[in-house]
Design a protein around this ligand. Structure first.
Ligand code: 0O3
Ligand code: SF4
Length: 342
């Protein structure tokens, strides 16, 4: 079902579901932007800075967004690639994408105070990997080679997991027992491409089992679904997100597959090129799960200055999920609050 909100900026815009519209307009996708896991991870760094003071070390980008990272850096977060770069005894936060068990081990050896900002929905996939490995399954992990989430999940059971990087990766798969194979996936993949990969795997492995529940998370699915709805109406879709953000990149692909003439990924409104808008009547706007909404507001302002002032928000799902902060941080926050009581 598509819910169409009252136009965000003009009283006369309509989402016409196919009727030709000649007036310049924007279709603004909802849901877009921060998911529950990103919100929690960013808050984790912010609260840690408040509680322990700067600097706070963060292993890898907390989320894959240039603006989020530079904003937190300005507040005193230091982003590092590996635990070895963190001075012994310091606090380190692990990013939302998850880490392999050996990373916790290294942190312990360096006496680091580790705070785990892994999204609980990524942790769920780690648990699935551990459980199927314990039952001696071959696990086919569908995901993008080199992505941090895939490295973390694969690290749970390297001897049982092999990566399948999209439909073209299927032919390389070899399993010990075709009766005991399961597929799992990265949380931020294209739903359609993943189903294609699974279909191909099943032609080779008819008894392939599926994850107990969706590994591609609700936020990824919702953001792709609304873009699919608006793309046929759009000349151009602008996706706010960074190049290394898997879910943001997928949204551009979904827009193009859905019929948009152009689809562009931008970190900031200033990157919009005038020729992208030439001859365009309807511009779609959305953002990846790691993108703060003020960046989208800047894009809308930029478009309004170029005649695209009519904005209609198209809603295909309401999201209410939230996650509480990591236990280790909550414990310290509670202890600090107790110390300040009279
Ligand atoms: O996994 P992806 O590259 O899309 O990461 P982002 O952009 O930081 O978005 C949040 C997703 C995440 C932390 C893992 O699911
Ligand atoms: Fe969690 Fe999904 Fe957000 Fe990733 S995209 S952080 S799995 S909610």
């Amino acid at each position: 079902m598509v819910l169409v909100a009252a136009p965000a900026r003009s009283r006369c815009a309509t989402y016409d579901g196919g009727v030709t519209e000649t007036r310049k307009r924007v279709l603004l996708a909802k849901p877009r932007g921060y998911c529950a896991g990103v919100d929690r991870a960013v808050q984790t760094v912010e609260e840690a800075l408040k509680l322990y003071g700067a600097p706070i070390y963060v292993r890898k980008q907390i989320v894959h967004n240039k603006h989020v990272v530079s904003t937190l850096e300005a507040r005193g977060a230091i982003f590092v690639e590996e635990n070895e770069e963190v001075p012994e005894g310091s606090t380190v936060i692990f990013s939302a994408h998850g880490v392999a068990p050996e990373v916790y081990e290294q942190a312990k050896q360096r006496s680091l105070k580790a705070i785990d900002a892994t999204c609980p929905l990524v942790t769920k996939v780690h648990h699935e990997a551990r459980r199927f490995a314990a039952e001696d399954y071959d696990i086919l992990l569908i995901g993008h080679e080199g992505h941090e989430e895939v490295i973390g999940t694969a690290g749970e059971a390297p001897a049982h997991i092999q990566l399948v990087d999209g439909p073209d990766g299927v032919d390389k798969v070899t399993v010990r027992d075709p009766n005991k194979v399961v597929w799992l996936s990265q949380t931020t993949l294209s739903v359609d491409e993943t189903m294609e990969t699974v279909a191909r795997l099943k032609t080779r492995l008819p008894l392939l089992q599926s994850p107990p529940s969706d590994d591609i998370c609700y936020a990824t699915q919702n953001r792709q679904h609304v873009v699919k709805e608006i793309a046929p109406e759009c000349d151009v879709v602008l996706v706010v997100g960074s190049r290394n953000s898997s879910n943001s990149v997928r949204l551009v692909e979904v827009a193009l597959d859905g019929g948009a003439r152009g689809g562009y990924l931008i970190d900031y409104a200033s990157e919009i090129q005038e020729e992208w808008l030439e001859g365009a009547t309807t511009v779609g706007v959305t953002s990846g799960a790691s993108v703060p909404d003020d960046l989208v507001t800047e894009v809308l302002d930029h478009l309004a200055e170029r005649g695209f002032a009519d904005v209609t928000e198209v809603t295909t799902a309401e999201e209410r999920l939230t996650f509480s902060l990591p236990q280790e941080l909550k414990r310290d926050m509670k202890a600090a609050a107790a110390r300040t009581l009279p």
